[in-house]
Every structure is written in C-alpha cells, then in structure tokens.
Unconditional design. Structure first.
Length: 215
C-alpha cells in the first residue's frame, strides 16, 4: 500500500517523488468514528467518545515484516511517538480550511493548522504513547488515539529534552475547550489529567455525510 506518489518541484531544476508507505497497523477495540465530518465542519459524537474510553487504554502496533529490524532498541525507551495516517477521513473533508475545535460550536472557528483536528490537507497525526512491551514485530502501547486498522507511517523514541519544551503558551480558547469537555464528561479533574482529552476524541474519527445517513 502506498498512500501518495506524486512529483514535487524542489526548485526550478529538481523534481522528486513524494511517497508515503505504511510500516505497520494499529489493532484495538475502537472501531467507531467519534468526530464526524458534517457541513464543512466537525461534529462530536460524545456517546461514542465516552463508550470507547475504556477500550482504548491499550493498543497493539503490528510492524510489517520488512521493517521488523527497525524496532531493535526501541524497548529501551519508556515512551515513543507514533505517526499515523487517518485513512477513514473522506477526501472532501481534507479540503476543509477551518473547523470548530473538537466539533464544539461554543469554541470559535479556527484554522486547521491552529488545531489538532484529524481533518487536514495531509491527514497525518501523531501521539506520544507509553511503550508497555515489545513482542517481536508487535508493540503494546498505552494512550494511542487511533482506531482499529489505522496505518502507522513512522515511530520514534520520545526524547523529553527535544520533544517537551519549557514555557509553553496555549491559546486562551484551548482552556475554554477543556472547560467545555469537563462539563460534557462531568470530569472536574480534566485539566490535571495526563491526557486532558481522555474522553477519547480519537485523532482518527471522521466519516462522510453518506456514512452518517446510514446510521
């Protein structure tokens, strides 16, 4: 499987291929999309988000045989960064330029690049997860926000001195978003949670309007 193969121009004289190949696949019990593409925006299915929470604590990442040796040494790290391709997002959704973050209409519309929306021109998402164990070509991880059968496109070790900069500033609306999620979930400790989006607004969960009509 190859997601994209196209010629891109680096400068006036050089052309190169842009190719993305999956290196593995995610296996877990999450199979229902949570953020739905609707009327050029996102819609949150809160029931799905809450119901899938307990099922998404752990996932298995199965690495393709040809890349198995690339895992050597990964078990020495406690956390890894997983990059994945949100393959169920319809092409139409990838044309969206702005959304209500997390599909919450109370939060002002923002540009895609200012959000963590799964709907993107190139639907590449990443999550830092806890590595529980490695079994041959399989990794057991905790905290991966991807649904079952999501293609994995890269894995790297998490390095806090590179990946966790100090003195971070968040947009004010992000705090408003966390407050809204607290109200929706009844979780008053949401901001203290290691993952403030622990209601599992999966990074992979969009379906087309046609799919919605079938539900």
């Amino acid at each position: 499987m190859i997601f994209h193969t196209r010629k891109i121009k680096l400068n006036s004289n050089i052309m190169t291929d842009l190719i993305i190949k999956p290196i593995g696949i995610v296996k877990n019990k999450a199979n229902k999309e949570v953020l739905k593409y609707s009327n050029k925006d996102l819609k949150l299915d809160l029931d799905a988000a809450l119901n899938q929470g307990s099922d998404l604590i752990r996932s298995k990442i199965i690495i393709n045989e040809e890349y198995k040796e690339c895992l050597d040494g990964i078990e020495d790290f406690s956390h890894i960064v997983v990059f994945f391709w949100t393959h169920k997002i319809p092409e139409k959704a990838r044309q969206i330029k702005k959304v209500h973050p997390a599909g919450l209409k109370k939060i002002p519309i923002k540009g895609i690049f200012a959000t963590r929306s799964p709907v993107r021109p190139n639907p590449i998402c990443k999550t830092t997860v806890k590595l529980i164990e490695r079994n041959g070509e399989s990794l057991i991880v905790e905290g991966l926000d991807a649904i079952d059968n999501t293609p994995v496109i890269d894995i790297k070790p998490h390095l806090p001195f590179y990946d966790s900069p100090l003195n971070i500033k968040l947009a004010d609306w992000m705090y408003d978003l966390m407050e809204e999620l607290k109200k929706l979930t009844g979780n008053s400790d949401l901001e203290e949670s290691p993952n403030p989006y622990s209601i599992n607004i999966r990074a992979h969960p969009c379906i087309s309007p046609d799919q919605q009509n079938k539900q």
